[in-house]
Ligand binder design. Structure first.
Ligand code: SAH
Length: 489
């Protein structure tokens, strides 16, 4: 193996991507990670940081472009950290995502035979996002002066690049961002300065209900009021669809975008959207999937995996505003949703009323705390679940929750994951089981909610294996037993 040094320039072929979307190539057994290179490219790369067995490198020339290389739609595709795959054909992105899920299932989960289905993609994978959060700051003009601007941070930095458009978001955002920045400049309202924790305006959050056309605009401020707010309201109300304008107060240091407090300026502090026939109220601080077209497909897959007959008690853990709960309610006896963000639980309860659904119940708290304790609220014991839906954030489930679900031994678990690595880790714990109960992953169905980025969402059905004697037998059984055998136990 030839060890490379900083500033070495090498020719190499790109074989794969890292999970962050960098091209991977080898020179005589030495690994290089090359930003902006795609699988199938032959490139010249300049080493920027060298370690003993691997190096990071910058692509200096594409010698032979990959047959799957495409022209990016966005001029900022390389500078922005978001769209790592915009120069790789969409079809190939989906193939890579499937291979990536398969790879972690083997490496992290230890499931070489798990069926990973082809990724459900989008017909038109552009302008799919219903939410954007633009950082507000200053940019340096060619004459050396500084000016207030909104845009995005260059990949892995807090260096602001001015732009009012992103090809993944709604076209109308450009109009809203321009009006907002002009307003700040006109009244000399200071953007937030992260270094010194001074200045007022930190971010501009925009959210659209794609089915309803309703738009929420929410500036995030490091203070309690926005000067000349009435003027801003008039400017934004001219934009078709703007239904709600509110301020979010965030006076904390650090990277967390939203603070706790919402100050309504115009309309209700929420908008509505429709998913699979149900109407949802969405507050600024509540989680709501960013790609509604694909979310319907994702939930349809979750429903398919849950295979409800109408008699089941279902848990929807990490339920957000209750979207999965409400989609399942008409096919279940009772649904219990648990969510940690109080605003989201308020939305969820309101959403149940709005849709006239009576067999859903929502509780505030950490899923691991409530389910481990065995009480949704003091005096409200958790009934035994037949089906448990888990839809945690990227870090996956707490091991104590997995343990509590194993103890409860529902018939099925439907795991909806936004990070294949933590999904594989958690599946392994379910497969190892406890006290003779274990769950075998039956299949994984990835769905593309985040085209042109490295992210992928996966629905995984887990089926109960009873009477498993110990961990070793689980590991053997898992690979040999088919679903019918598993279910007949
Ligand atoms: N199922 C919902 C939300 C999924 S996102 C949907 O499809 O829209 C994950 C959710 O888990 C977020 O709403 C987040 O606030 C919540 N959350 C994070 N940690 C949690 C925990 N420990 N217990 C319960 N909910 C949690």
């Amino acid at each position: 193996m030839t060890e490379l040094k900083k500033n070495d320039s090498v020719r190499l072929f790109i074989e794969d991507f890292t999970k962050e979307g960098e091209g991977i190539g080898h020179v005589d057994g030495y690994t290089l990670f090359v930003k902006d290179a795609v699988i199938g490219d032959e490139v010249m790369a300049l080493v920027t940081k060298a370690k003993k067995n691997y190096a990071f490198a910058k692509m200096t020339e594409i010698l032979v472009p990959s047959p799957d290389r495409v022209k990016p739609r966005c001029a900022n595709a390389r500078r922005c950290g978001g769209c790592r795959f915009q120069e790789y054909s969409y079809e190939k992105q989906l193939e890579w995502k499937r291979a990536h899920v398969k790879d972690v299932m083997v490496r992290i989960g230890g499931f070489p035979d798990l069926e990973v289905r082809p990724v459900i993609g989008m017909e038109d994978p552009w302008r799919y996002r219903n939410k954007a959060q633009y950082p507000v700051g200053v940019v340096k003009k060619p004459d050396g002066s500084y000016e207030t601007a909104a845009g995005f941070y260059a990949g892995r930095t807090h260096f602001l690049i001015e732009t009012d458009d992103c090809v993944l978001t709604h076209e109308i955002n450009g109009q809203i961002v321009r009006r907002f920045v002009d307003f700040l400049k006109r009244y000399d309202i200071s953007p937030y300065d992260e270094q010194n924790h001074t200045g007022l305006v930190r971010h501009l959050l925009i959210r659209e209900g794609f089915a309803t056309g309703e738009i929420l605009v929410c500036p995030v401020i490091n203070g309690d009021r926005l000067p000349h707010a009435d003027e801003l309201i008039s400017l934004l109300r001219e934009v078709p669809g703007v239904k709600s304008i509110c301020l979010n107060v965030n006076k904390e240091k650090g990277n967390v975008i939203l603070g706790e407090q919402i100050l309504p300026l115009y309309g209700n502090p929420w908008i509505e959207d429709v998913l699979l026939g149900n109407r949802f109220r969405i507050s600024p601080r509540s989680f709501y999937q960013v790609n509604p077209v694909q979310t319907e497909k994702l939930y349809t897959e979750a429903l398919r995996a849950a295979d409800l007959k109408g008699t089941e008690v279902v848990y929807d853990l990490y339920c957000g505003i209750g979207t999965i709960s409400l989609c399942m309610a008409s096919r279940a006896r009772e649904v219990y949703g648990v969510e940690i963000v109080p605003d989201a639980v308020r939305d969820a309860k309101e959403n149940a009323l709005r849709n006239g659904i009576g067999n859903v119940h929502f509780y505030t708290g950490a899923a691991e705390d409530l389910v481990v304790r065995g009480e949704f609220e003091p005096g409200v014991p958790c009934p035994k679940a037949d089906v448990v839906v888990l839809d945690p954030p990227r870090k996956g489930c707490d091991a104590s929750l997995i343990d509590a679900v194993l103890k409860m031994a529902p018939d099925r678990i439907v795991y909806v994951s936004c990070d294949p690595a933590t999904l594989a880790r958690d599946l392994k714990l379910f497969a190892e089981g406890r006290d003779g109960v274990a769950f075998k992953p039956v299949y994984a169905q990835p769905t593309d909610l985040f085209g042109h980025t490295v992210h992928v969402e996966t629905v995984c059905l887990l089926s109960k294996l009873s009477e498993v004697k110990n961990h070793i037998s689980v590991k053997v059984d898992m690979n040999e037993m088919d679903l019918t055998a598993a279910e007949s136990k």
